[in-house]
Ligand binder design. Structure first.
Ligand code: XUL
Ligand code: CO
Length: 436
């Protein structure tokens, strides 16, 4: 029985179509910059939002109508839900999905029971992957919902919480490998603190690094060769998360000798919570060689918390794609919609509208970014702006041939800095508008 009887397979109908259950820009096999859109974009559905989100907020219970959900949190219900997930993804035409261990299977009374529940669902996920060709972009473990993680997991003051989290991640890496997952994500759910009076910050950060070394070591031991990813977020649920932003995470990764093993999974709404733009975070990670994957969503600047809305802003997706193309794409990462429908959008069909909008926005961003790059005006402007570094004193400095003494001598002879070129920000903003 179909869970979405009213929805046909979503197809590309082109920009002129008025059908809102069709793609207007995402044309999976269309080639842009030498690769198909599906190869560039690698869209993924987030199981936790799309299959588990019910729309609860601090003021009220869930509102989502999900006729396939059973009464209890049983394995049987989880298996049925997994079949619905694959029907949804097949109809949507998405190539990947992502999950936390506890999204797909219920937690049992003991660790052994939880593992067994997970194994039963993973067997079905594997069958459904084989049937549909849909792949696992990344797996992860939920180390934040259960009260045992009240003080964090790897950064808990309680060593037993670290041990339990290790057992959970061990299993999550095993099932990610079993399902051919291309990446494994660490997002520090409660890895942070609320108050320094009760916190040994140094010890907690050391423990987080030790935890990641254990994970990397175990992956090697069992032959899991997916990419590990660390997901920055500055706050929520704790006041100070240890994975604040791209720069902070890269510092952590390098300081603890993890740079060979871990890249970043960058999320738009987390970037804005950190007081950055998404493109700043992408550019910073990309420029340092740490751009792994993205969690695509958007926040609401008037609300200011992690609202996880679907991205529909073409300026945003254009700027994301400019950075992603510049750094050679995301493979083996992808574009995971870590986004949820609004509480007021409670019908199953809203899940389709939400994902179609995000996919079309990114497809359009890809095409616009490729057009901007093809004409080369923006790149040309930047190259010209830095041209003083290409020869003369600039080239000497970059080449490591200058000293403070030689630079002093140079300036004594030259006299002063001549203003060279205007930043032309307004002209460039207008230029970008000519492509939209
Ligand atoms: C939370 C968040 C997570 C991670 C995976 O803000 O983004 O869902 O993406 O744990
Ligand atoms: Co995320």
């Amino acid at each position: 029985m179909s869970a979405f009887p009213e929805v046909e397979k979503i197809v590309y109908e082109g920009p002129e179509s008025k059908n809102l259950l069709a793609f207007h820009h995402y044309n999976p096999d269309e080639v842009v910059e030498g690769k198909t859109m599906r190869e560039h974009l690698r869209f993924s559905v987030a199981y936790w939002h799309t299959m588990r989100g019910a729309g609860a907020d601090p003021f009220g219970v869930g509102t989502a109508i999900r006729p396939w959900e059973g009464e209890s949190d049983s394995v049987e219900n989880a298996l049925n839900r997994a079949r619905v997930a694959f029907e949804f993804m097949e109809k949507l035409g998405v190539d990947f999905y992502c999950f936390h261990d506890r999204d797909v299977a219920p937690e049992g009374a003991t660790l052994a029971e939880s593992n067994s529940n997970l194994d039963q669902v993973v067997a079905l996920l594997k069958e459904e992957q084989e049937r549909t060709g849909i792949k696992l972009l990344w797996g992860t473990a939920n180390l934040f919902s259960n009260p045992r993680y009240v003080h964090g997991a790897a950064t808990s003051c309680n060593a037993d919480a670290f041990a339990y989290a290790s057992a959970q991640v061990k299993k999550a890496i095993e099932v990610t490998k079993e399902l051919g997952g291309e990446n494994y994500v660490f997002w520090g759910g409660r890895e942070g603190y609320q108050n320094l009076y009760n916190t040994d910050l140094k010890r907690e950060v050391d423990h987080l690094a030790a935890f990641m070394h254990l994970a990397v070591g175990y992956a090697k031991e069992i032959g899991f060769d997916g990419q590990f990813l660390f997901e920055p977020k500055p706050k929520e649920p704790t006041k100070h998360q240890y994975d604040f932003d791209s720069a902070n995470c890269i510092n952590f990764i390098r300081s603890y000798g993890l740079e060979e093993h871990i890249k970043l999974n960058i999320e738009t709404n987390h970037a804005t919570l950190a007081g950055h733009t998404m493109e700043h975070e992408l550019e910073y990670a990309g420029s340092q060689g740490f751009l792994g994957s993205i969690d695509a969503n958007t926040g609401d600047l008037l609300l200011g918390w992690d609202t996880d809305q679907f991205p529909t802003d073409i300026y945003l997706t254009t700027r994301c794609m400019l950075s992603i193309l510049k750094y050679g794409g995301l493979v083996p990462g992808g574009i995971n919609f870590d986004a949820k429908v609004r509480r007021e959008s409670f019908e199953p069909v809203d899940l389709f509208h939400a994902h179609i909008g995000g996919m079309d926005a990114f497809a359009r961003g890809l095409k616009i970014a490729a057009a901007i790059r093809a004409e080369g005006i923006l790149d040309g402007f930047v190259t010209e702006r830095y041209s003083s570094w290409d020869s003369g004193i600039g080239a000497e400095i970059e080449g490591g041939e200058a000293s403070f003494a030689s630079l002093e001598q140079y300036m004594l002879e030259k006299g002063d800095v001549e203003p060279n070129v205007s930043g032309r920000q307004e002209m460039l903003e207008n230029l970008i508008n000519t492509y939209l």
